[in-house]
Ligand binder design. Structure first.
Ligand code: SAM
Length: 308
């Protein structure tokens, strides 16, 4: 995973205490680490990285209430929540599942970009684009239509792995991703006619009606809690007969939860209901895993839907 985000408090002594606390934490002395973090916070009460780390240390100490209080303070210290304190609060069950902070996603993937592909493909056995490719071919074959697309949009395009998988079947790709560093990597591939550093929903909103015949999202909807707004917008942007294909992580329930890996898992019932709400026709929903964690496949779904 990428390096930790550190945001200086602006107070040299508080920053040093933070660094020392991190060393103690890494050495396993959680109590001393928490103590030093509290000292750092006394010196700099708005020290967001110290609050967030105190939340993590408290969680490891089994002090749930203290962890919740610290994560809330971290979010209060910086409302953009670049550390993703709200995700920790959701995972602790202290708050309802809600949208992921955009600043957190941007920072996470900006830091991740230089070694994203090796980490994902070599370490996690990532296979999202290949699964989508196979699923889209099968769905087109089932309706006896060619699997060739003139205008495609790649939501959460990252470094361009999905566009690479579909390169021979697509004339023109637009890529949208929150992380400018991932966009830089995607640009280097030369696979995209247009690239946009933007939220996928906001990016889709700027596209004309019926302007795409394929929309992909490989391992990107796992960062979106409520799928309905994106699915509705995708329906508007797709031409009649156009295809939407995406991967998800899933779980046995029928709603949306935040998993241990801090990504959302969407239940199959939730996915079907959301597609119906967006008036998209489900072509395929298969239980297939796009990546491993600790060498075990993460339960996943591959979804293909069509605009009728
Ligand atoms: C795990 S990567 C997958 C990248 C690529 N699709 C692939 O298959 O390799 C997830 C990507 O989704 C992007 N992302 C997450 N949430 C997003 C959002 N709301 N809007 C746009 N991009 C988003 C991240 O910045 C990241 O680059």
């Amino acid at each position: 995973m990428p390096a930790r985000l550190f945001l200086s408090s602006g107070d040299l002594v508080a920053d040093r205490r933070y660094e020392f606390a991190r060393d103690l934490w890494l050495k396993g002395d959680l109590v001393a680490a928490a103590d030093l973090l509290q000292q750092a916070i006394e010196l700099a009460p708005g020290f967001v990285s110290a609050w967030f780390t105190l939340g993590e240390v408290s969680e490891q100490l089994g002090e749930r209430d203290a962890a919740i209080a610290a994560f809330r303070q971290a979010r209060e210290a910086d409302g953009n929540d670049p550390h993703g304190a709200s995700l920790r609060l959701m995972r602790l069950g202290a708050e309802e599942v809600s949208a992921m902070p955009k600043a957190y996603v941007r920072v996470l993937f900006d830091q991740y970009a230089p070694r994203f592909e090796s980490a994902l493909i070599d370490d996690l056995g990532y296979r999202g684009p290949a699964l989508l490719f196979k699923a889209v071919l099968a769905a087109r074959c089932a309706v006896k239509k060619p699997a060739f697309f003139r205008h495609a949009i790649d939501l959460g395009c990252g470094t361009g792995l999905a566009a690479a998988a579909f390169a021979r079947e697509v004339d023109r790709f637009i890529g949208i991703d929150l992380s400018p560093r991932m966009i830089e990597k995607a640009r280097e591939t030369g696979l995209y006619a247009e690239l946009e550093a933007n939220d996928m929903l906001e990016g889709l909103r700027t596209k004309p009606d019926a302007s795409a015949d394929l929309i992909l999202a490989a391992d990107a909807m796992v960062y979106v809690a409520d799928l309905v707004p994106v699915l509705k917008e995708a329906n508007r942007v797709l031409a009649a007969g156009g295809v939407l294909a995406f991967t998800l992580e899933t779980y046995a329930g029928d709603g949306v939860v935040i998993g241990d890996g801090l990504r959302y898992a969407h239940g199959a019932v939730y996915v079907r209901t959301s597609l119906q709400a967006a008036k998209l026709e489900l072509s395929q929903l298969e239980e297939l895993s796009a990546r491993n964690e600790d060498h075990v496949p993460v339960p996943g779904l591959v979804v293909v839907a069509a605009k009728v």
